[in-house]
Design a protein around this ligand. Structure first.
Ligand code: NCD
Length: 320
């Protein structure tokens, strides 16, 4: 089995074999999660702490459920009530938690790079649950699993990523993953929402939805990230929906069997028409949520194996 890392900080550090290992193991957890009794003891005796410095509904719930189903003791640190609000630095918070001997730390933070910094200060495995505009690796992995199940493969597909690419860690992690797995990626966004230097990723760039969706197998919509905008990036939401919102008319430019994805939370009527989001023949948005739990279980399982191997090796070293 591949995936030998201590942490899961980004897709950037994974090989295609690592990605395949996560997806294959996640398939077994999809089956477990569909049973009435969803319990495993893979993380029994281990402590998982979730630290979300930014709002989250599905990612936090998904990590919590994943840890509990694997038998870990899971604690959600409520950042709103913690010493962070009293001015404690991220590093001090990390060192304090580290002294409590967690095995897995799940961290979301509004600053790009904050999770990597924290990982360098602790003795446990750290999972990045989204850092600023940088990476959101478990989202890209759950998207890959959803695509693989719907399309039967995760290679040689044409994937259109549409909307607020500039502010999106989901877009970045997906772009890296889909590129590593040899897919053709197209980015569709107004010029104001396209990040600079995006050409380096070797994808095709469009500012017209219909042209960009032509022949796409997968249409991945992104939320307009208003909380990361400090100026007028779009003329108005109505105008944005008219030009970049996914509706039946624009979707008809993609392949007839194209699937529609969205990481959530959705702004219905802004980046996506509610009817398309709810169309069970096209939308796999609910399946993405289901795959999220399974993928997070697989990631934590693999990291826990590495942690045990590392600690076992250290213990032997001490005895010698
Ligand atoms: C995404 C995130 O937080 O980056 N959401 C999520 O994790 N499901 C995307 C978003 O907030 O738009």
């Amino acid at each position: 089995m591949a995936f030998r890392a201590r942490h899961l900080l980004g897709i950037e550090h994974l090989t295609p074999e690592d990605i395949r290992s996560v997806l294959d193991l996640a398939e077994t957890y999809v089956d477990l999660n569909r049973r009435t009794v969803k319990q495993s003891d893979v993380l029994a005796g281990m402590t998982q702490i979730n630290m979300f410095f930014e709002n989250s509904t599905r990612t936090q719930a998904s990590f919590e459920l994943a840890g509990k189903r694997l038998g870990a003791d899971v604690m959600n640190m409520s950042v709103a009530q913690s010493s962070v609000k009293k001015g404690e630095t991220l590093i001090d918070t990390a060192l304090t938690l580290n002294a409590m001997h967690p095995d897995l730390l799940v961290v979301r933070h509004p600053s790009s790079g904050a999770v990597n910094l924290l990982a360098s200060k602790v003795n446990c495995a750290v999972l990045n649950a989204g850092d600023g505009r940088h990476e959101h690796p478990t989202q890209a992995l759950l998207d890959a699993l959803t695509i693989r199940r719907a399309k039967g493969r995760i290679q040689r597909l044409t994937v259109a990523i549409c909307g607020d690419v500039a502010h999106s860690r989901v877009a970045r992690s997906n772009l890296i993953l889909l590129g590593k797995m040899e897919n053709r990626v197209r980015l569709i966004a107004p010029p104001t929402l396209m990040p600079p230097g995006v050409q380096e990723f070797g994808c095709e760039i469009f500012d017209d939805m219909r042209a960009g969706l032509e022949g796409a197998d997968v249409v991945m919509m992104l939320r307009l990230q208003k909380e990361r905008m400090d100026g007028g990036f779009i003329p108005s939401e109505r105008e944005y929906f008219h030009r970049y919102g996914l509706d039946g008319d624009k979707l008809s430019c993609a392949r007839p069997d194209a699937i529609v994805m969205h990481p959530g939370p959705m702004n219905r009527g802004v980046e996506i028409d509610g009817e398309i989001a709810d169309d069970i023949n096209r939308s796999v948005i609910q399946e993405q949520v289901e795959m999220g739990v399974a993928v997070r279980m697989a990631c934590m399982d693999l990291l826990a194996r590495n942690l045990r191997a590392e600690r076992g090796a250290q213990a032997v070293g001490v005895m010698v």
